[in-house]
Every structure is written in structure tokens, then in C-alpha cells.
Write a protein that binds this ligand. Structure first.
Ligand SMILES: [Zn+2]
Length: 259
């Protein structure tokens, strides 16, 4: 990793004054003194990012995660899945059912192996884009989904417009979040909605656990938002109406932004 890649100007408010909050060597987490947007410093080089989503890296991360979950937790999770059809995508599927008429066109940005699309395809015209060729292939080959390999921010969708775009735990991985939300705004049809989930930097747990907060994951998570500054970023991109869910005890927040 080179040490020269820095985000000097705040993408939310345009100021350039940063306050160091946590030292997680070799990274520091710094907060904009004006709007409290936070980012890691230095940023990883963009060229290195696709490598982070190779089959080898993904499988190794999954194994590490499995190792960290206790056997009892695993058993109870399986039981919940079996008995309650517990679905981590349910929040998004419910939102889509609320906002999007049957037959609407949906794009899941960073769709992984296609979890949301798999459950949404009976109702909507489903499209996915995924930076990991390994995950996109799993979605297309095993599940028969329509997933392109690429970066949503630079991908050419031609004239295609979408009625809803989901960005589930994606924006925190980006070094240009402003560019991404502008691209989503452009890709949405009039009245379309962007559904976002990201860690809430202002949640209670972050103030309690400080540098031990699980939302802080450099160099995987590059940027950190509060409900307020994420809404400001979305307003700058053109979004005008919002529905935000940010509970103090939840590490994540949800913003539904309407064009
Ligand atoms: Zn700022």
C-alpha cells in the first residue's frame, strides 16, 4: 500500500479541517470538524481494490468469520432460519414492496452472490452489478440471475433507468461516495428511490467502544457517515425526500432517498 493517497477535502461539506479520532495503525480515523463525516487516512490505492474481492480473499474472510461465531450461535442461527424464514434481506424486500410497483426495474449495486435479487425476481425486473467476478459468476451460474461484473460508478448502463437502486453496505467501502450517489441519481427514473444501508458513525456503541467499535474496519471501510451528513451528501446529488432509520443501539442506519 502506498502512503500517499489522502482524501483532503470533505466530500460532504467541502471543508478540509480534520480531527484525528482513533489510531488503528497504520491508519488513523479522522473526522471533518465541520460536518463530522469521517474517513481513514491514508486510503488504499484504487488499483488494489478488485484484488480484495477475489475468490481467495472472500473465502478466507468467510472462514475467519465462521471461526469467530460460536457453535451455539451457529445452531441458534440455523434454527431461526429454519423456523422463521429469517432473512437478512427482509428489510430491503419490505421497502421494495412498499415503494416499487410490481414489474418495476431494480438494480442492486454490489449485489454479491445475489441474495436480494433472488428474492425479488418474481416481482421485479432485476439487475445486479458486482465488482467481484467470483460472486457475480456464482449469481449467474447457480441462480440464473442477471449480474454484470463491474463498478457501478463507472459502468455504462446505456439508456437504462431504474425505479429503485439498493446499496446495501457498499458506500462505506468507497473513496468517492459523492460520485457514487450522483451516479445513482442519474440512473434513477423520475420518482425513483435509492435504498442505502451503512454503519452509523453516531450510534451509541461507537461512543462506548471507541476504537473497538466493529464498524471501524480499515482498510475495508474507508468512509463513515452520520444520518445527518449522509443526507447532506444525498441532497447535494439532487435527492429531495428522505426516510431515515437510525436507532441509537443499532450499529447500522438506513436511508431511503427519493429522486
Ligand atoms: Zn465535512
Amino acid at each position: 500500500m502506498t502512503k500517499n493517497n489522502h482524501m483532503t477535502t470533505c466530500p460532504v461539506c467541502g471543508e478540509a479541517q480534520w480531527k484525528s479520532l482513533y489510531n488503528l495503525k497504520p491508519w488513523t480515523i479522522e473526522e471533518c470538524t465541520t460536518c463530522r463525516f469521517a474517513r481513514i487516512d491514508p486510503l488504499p490505492e484504487r488499483a488494489e481494490r478488485p484484488d480484495m474481492y477475489s475468490e481467495e480473499k472472500i473465502v478466507s474472510r468467510q472462514n475467519k468469520k465462521r471461526g469467530a461465531i460460536s457453535q451455539a450461535a451457529l445452531v441458534s442461527k440455523r434454527w431461526l432460519n429454519k423456523n422463521f424464514r429469517h432473512n437478512k434481506n427482509k428489510i430491503f424486500l419490505d421497502k421494495l414492496h412498499t415503494y416499487l410497483p410490481r414489474g418495476g426495474r431494480l438494480l442492486d449495486g454490489g449485489c454479491g452472490a445475489g441474495g436480494i435479487l433472488l428474492h425479488a425476481r418474481d416481482r421485479y425486473e432485476c439487475h445486479g452489478i458486482e465488482i467481484s467476478a467470483y460472486l457475480a459468476e456464482l449469481a449467474n451460474r447457480n441462480k440464473g440471475l442477471n449480474v454484470q461484473v463491474g463498478d457501478l460508478q463507472t459502468y455504462d448502463f446505456k439508456e437504462l433507468k431504474f425505479d429503485a437502486i439498493t446499496l446495501v453496505s457498499i458506500i462505506e467501502h468507497l473513496d468517492d461516495p459523492a460520485g457514487m450517489v450522483r451516479k445513482c441519481y442519474d440512473l434513477l427514473a423520475p420518482g425513483g428511490v435509492l435504498l442505502l444501508k451503512t454503519p452509523n458513525f453516531m450510534c451509541l456503541n461507537r461512543f462506548i467502544r471507541r476504537s473497538g467499535w466493529p464498524g471501524l474496519r480499515p482498510p475495508d471501510h474507508l468512509v463513515y457517515f452520520s444520518p445527518r451528513n449522509l443526507q447532506l451528501l444525498l441532497e447535494k446529488a439532487g435527492f429531495r425526500r428522505f426516510r431515515t432509520t437510525a436507532l441509537p443501539f443499532n450499529d447500522n442506519m438506513y436511508i431511503d432517498a427519493f429522486k
